[in-house]
Design a protein around this ligand. Structure first.
Ligand code: ZN
Length: 434
């Protein structure tokens, strides 16, 4: 298959992804609850994903599916009855997973439940308390400093009850059962780069791949961070051996350079493909070794699974000031960066699909390329020279043991040049597929 697109087409996709992000932005998501369901229902308008509901209390390895959290309203009012913090204005104002409360209290008592970012006094931080019952509000430091002593009415109309953990899954069968996994987290409320950009990219990739012939099968997971991947791995432990390559998709809409965090294996095919694509991308990039911290690659790469799953983002989480704040908004993610990430992911998928092994049918001394018209098969002078070298490399290393990527790495040439040479040699009967 050919998965790559023209740049102009990519920009259109960048705008459409940004549009999807805008529609998901107002929803109050968490690791459970109706915000996740609403998000998945919107994605179902683009891809026919399956929605799964796992009951509260289900044991998943060393963890337990938590109670389901939902929120209808929350605010803090001053003694004049004015809402000085309002969940309806931004869902970031509420500590995610806050328990219900309706009480009047002095500022001194309220302050123990208020969270701000003094270093960015205009921004509202994003905070959670999933596994320890608590309530609280997040606000700008400027607002906090403007609060006068006195009584405040605190109201949180939320519920924390037995329910479900909800996740979405979309499986696209290919020619083989071998799978490529794309996983993104869907548990953050109004945050664009961290969570929504990955959701948008994964959705558009799934939609795009659905219309192509595929050598691999593809599985897209839309899951709450940590507890979602633990739950999915627990429920699907007997079929994870099919996952041959995987990427955790997130943080793909900011201005930073592409950053790849390798799988725990470090030299898996996906690790080498991503490194190859980034090397030839003509943009700055960074490669990081695996570490047991981060997004859901932590679970996929836990030693009991050790799946070949890396993480491909732009600026890694925590390394930009807007991370987990109200500044990770619709202006922070841009269509052009989403488009660039999209092109990078497609280039990776293209190599995954095309990275095959061949056998040279004329391995005893070099075959004559001229009499088969192979010197004329390629365009300009430099192209001809590169193609000739590429053909020699492919013929020499096509001994059933080397993939086209192995050959490209050894030759120091771009995968597509090696691949084009292989296609020409295949058409001339000098190669056969293994
Ligand atoms: Zn996050």
């Amino acid at each position: 298959m050919s998965v790559c697109l023209e740049t102009s087409e990519a920009h259109l996709f960048g705008s459409e992804m940004h549009h999807l992000i805008s529609s998901l932005y107002p929803i109050c998501r968490s690791i459970t609850g109706d915000g996740v369901r609403k998000t998945l229902h919107i994605l179902q308008q683009l891809i026919p994903l399956q929605i799964y509901e796992v009951p509260t209390g289900t044991p998943v390895f060393d963890w337990t599916v938590p109670k389901e959290w939902n929120v209808r309203d929350a605010y803090v009012k001053n003694c004049l009855g004015e809402k000085i913090i309002d969940f309806q204005a931004s869902n970031l104002h509420l500590l995610n997973y806050s328990t219900p409360i309706h009480q009047t209290m002095p500022l001194s008592e309220l302050k123990a439940h208020l969270f701000t970012l003094p270093e960015h006094p205009e921004w509202v931080p994003y905070r959670t308390s999933y596994y320890k019952e608590n309530w609280g509000f997040c606000l700008s430091h400027n607002t906090l400093q403007s609060l006068e002593d006195g009584e405040y009415e605190v109201y949180i109309d939320s519920s924390l009850e037995d329910g479900h953990l909800t996740y979405g899954e979309y499986y696209l069968a290919g020619e083989t059962d071998d799978e490529v996994l794309f996983s993104c987290h869907i548990c953050h409320p109004s945050l664009c780069n961290d969570n929504l950009s990955g959701i948008a990219l994964a959705t558009f990739l799934a939609n795009h791949l659905s219309s192509l012939t595929r050598r691999y099968s593809y599985r897209f997971l839309f899951i709450p961070g940590t507890i979602g991947s633990i739950t999915w791995l627990c429920l699907n432990a007997n079929q994870t051996h099919r996952i041959k390559h995987g990427l955790v998709v997130s943080g793909v809409g900011d201005a930073g350079k592409m950053t790849y965090k390798k799988s725990r294996k470090g030299d898996a095919e996906i690790d080498r493909i991503v490194a190859h694509v980034l090397k030839y991308s003509s943009h700055p990039y960074a490669l990081e070794d695996f570490s047991p911290y981060g997004y859901d690659e932590r679970q996929y790469c836990s030693p009991g699974f050790n799946l070949p799953v890396g993480r491909l983002t732009r600026t890694p989480f925590g390394q930009y000031p807007e991370y987990h704040t109200s500044a990770d908004n619709l202006d922070f993610v841009k269509p052009a960066y989403l488009a660039d990430s999209w092109m990078t992911y497609l280039a990776i998928i293209e190599i995954l699909e095309q990275n095959r092994r061949y056998a040279n049918t004329n391995p005893q001394c070099e075959p004559q390329l001229g009499k088969r018209g192979l010197y004329e098969a390629f365009g300009g002078k430099q192209d001809k020279k590169d193609s000739e070298m590429a053909m020699l490399w492919v013929l020499n290393l096509s001994d059933r043991n080397h993939t086209l990527l192995n050959i490209a790495e050894r030759a120091g040439m771009k995968f597509q040049v090696i691949r084009n040479a292989a296609v020409a040699l295949l058409n001339a009967g000098l190669l056969q597929e293994c």
